[in-house]
Design a protein around this ligand. Structure first.
Ligand SMILES: [Zn+2]
Length: 281
């Protein structure tokens, strides 16, 4: 455990079920040294997602969440998603081009949407490495440790990667200027999760009156890809919630729909916990 992540243990019999919230962190480190206005920088947060899922330890699940902001370093990116042009002297390690990197949202973000650049300087190799060591690595060590612990004990593990998305896409996102569904479930086109589990989540949400799409526009990124392996009974799914369902995106405050959404999520996570519980022998 470091001061950059929190693991909330189950309050009842632990199930092989992990929820993680990698993007709700809002503790901005003193050494961030950004020029973009903090209010605009905060648009990158999946604000309140840790709070919307804070009941899951009561249902037997473990909740992991980051305290650092994702625009400082993004745990939902791989260590190769790094832009050498942002770093003084380049990056001594490997990097691979990607859509996310081209749009300034790799491991270390270059910009937030179209609001402007985060830095007016190059970052040092040392500060990038320090962000990896202090934030990215502890997050991944914690998640990987939880996977191993529960998989060793039960022979299977379910992981729900929890996010939120702006109501509208824009020119920096895969979907362009489009209004999003209420929920988008990402299983990388059926490769990271068990179909019955994904469909159960979709049905529960639709029964609550929400629109649900699979993999459009978000398929899931590093966190569902890195640890899942359905052939070995390791299942990961990403859930994106449309922010209009619970917050004012400009003010970053809860809106009048927050409590109703929280109630629906509580139902959904109970259905998930029951499903996992039935598989435990
Ligand atoms: Zn997110």
């Amino acid at each position: 455990m470091t001061d950059q992540i929190i693991i909330e243990a189950p309050k009842s019999d632990p199930l092989p079920l992990i929820f993680d919230s990698p993007h709700s962190g809002a503790r901005y480190p003193d050494d961030f040294d950004h020029v973009l206005d903090r209010a605009l920088l905060r648009r990158s947060e999946d604000a309140f997602i840790d709070e919307l899922y804070d009941h899951v330890p009561d249902q037997g699940a473990t909740l992991l969440h980051a305290l650092f902001p994702r625009c400082y370093i993004d745990p939902n990116r791989g260590l190769l998603d790094i832009d050498p042009a942002m770093i003084d002297g380049g990056w001594p390690g490997e990097s691979t081009p990607s859509f996310k990197l081209d749009n300034g949202v790799g491991l270390i973000w270059r910009q937030v949407k179209t609001y402007g650049r985060i830095y007016d300087r190059l970052l040092s190799q040392q500060e990038v490495q320090s962000r990896i060591d202090c934030c990215w690595q502890p997050y991944h060590s914690a998640l990987s440790g939880l996977f191993e612990h529960f998989h060793a004990k039960h022979g299977f593990i379910y992981h729900v990667d929890c996010h939120s998305m702006p109501e509208w896409g824009d020119e920096t996102t895969e979907d362009g200027v489009t209004r999003r569904a209420d929920f988008v479930l990402g299983d990388r086109d059926g490769t990271t999760c068990e179909k019955g589990f994904s469909e159960l989540i979709a049905k529960t949400l639709r029964d609550e009156g929400y629109s649900v799409l699979f993999n459009e526009p978000y398929k899931g990124v590093e966190l569902v890809q890195r640890y899942s392996d359905p052939a070995a009974n390791r299942y990961s799914i990403q859930i994106e919630i449309n922010r209009v369902l619970y917050m004012d995106e400009d003010k970053i405050t809860r809106n009048e729909r927050f409590d109703a959404l929280k109630q629906s999520l509580r139902k959904m996570t109970q259905v998930i916990a029951d499903y996992v519980s039935e598989r435990v022998v």
